[in-house]
Write a protein that binds this ligand. Sequence first.
Ligand SMILES: [Zn+2]
Length: 312
Amino acid sequence: MEKTNKKPLIITIISIAITLIVGISISLYVKDQNYKKSYDYKLGKLGYSKEEITKIKSLKEEQIDIILNHEYSDIIIDLIERKYFLKKNLDKYLDYIKDNNKDLDDAIAIINVGANKEWYQDPVDTDISKENEMLSNKFHKLTNEYNPDDLTDISNVYSYGENQKLRRIAYDAFISMFNAAKKENITLIINSSYRSYEEQEEIYNKYAKWYGDEADKIAAKPGFSEHQTGLSVDIQSYNTNRDTFEESEAFKWLDNNAYKYGFILRYPKDKEYLTGYAYESWHYRYVGLDIAKYIKENNITFDEYYAYFIEE
Ligand SMILES: [Zn+2]
């Protein structure tokens, strides 16, 4: 009897033991698998320290994913949180920062607008479907056939010289701006507006003859002038010229008010490294009310705005 009683007991103990071992192993395995799926494990494996991991885990999920899909970098966390960070440019930022001692925001702006390249290097066609939001700069080219289909003759009430033209939307905005300035006894006069590809070619060739390589700082190559969009104006006032315009009341007024009519100062001071143009206090571009307001408030160039908000 004793023998037959003992046997089931041993079997019971063994089965309990097996169940326990299997159970514990499964739970350990699951725990391990879950840990391997965790940010701590994945980030640690990439080489991030505990401190960095804590910081990374406070980021948005999509930002963490970018970090997880990239090799270790000690500046990536800082970079990813910058206002104009673009995921598609991450490797370019990292390469550029490695080779150039630049502030991160500057590096991001330079890469976003493509200004790490030589001016005019690998230009793409301007996307003219963007209409008054189109970008014309040293990396975005208009063809020699492009001319806006709603060019409107500018009355000589608003301009010097003959044959001045603007796109309808920019002309209407200029008239509103002109009238507002007039109420404060300021006269805004257009002295350059739409220029065709051929006209720009003539101007550029003339400057190139006079100034050689320096010509590129003051005149655009044909196809690259913003004046070809029909959305740009060079503004003067009485008794001003390009050198003195910045000191005029008209300039001060524009500086405070142009954005309210959809115009921006297109080539601001100290932004030559992004626009490719020396400061031009007289050159204004119509971009529409919302964009002009954003650019004014955030102190960025249209090139940066376009790269971040408009370009696909
Ligand atoms: Zn101009």
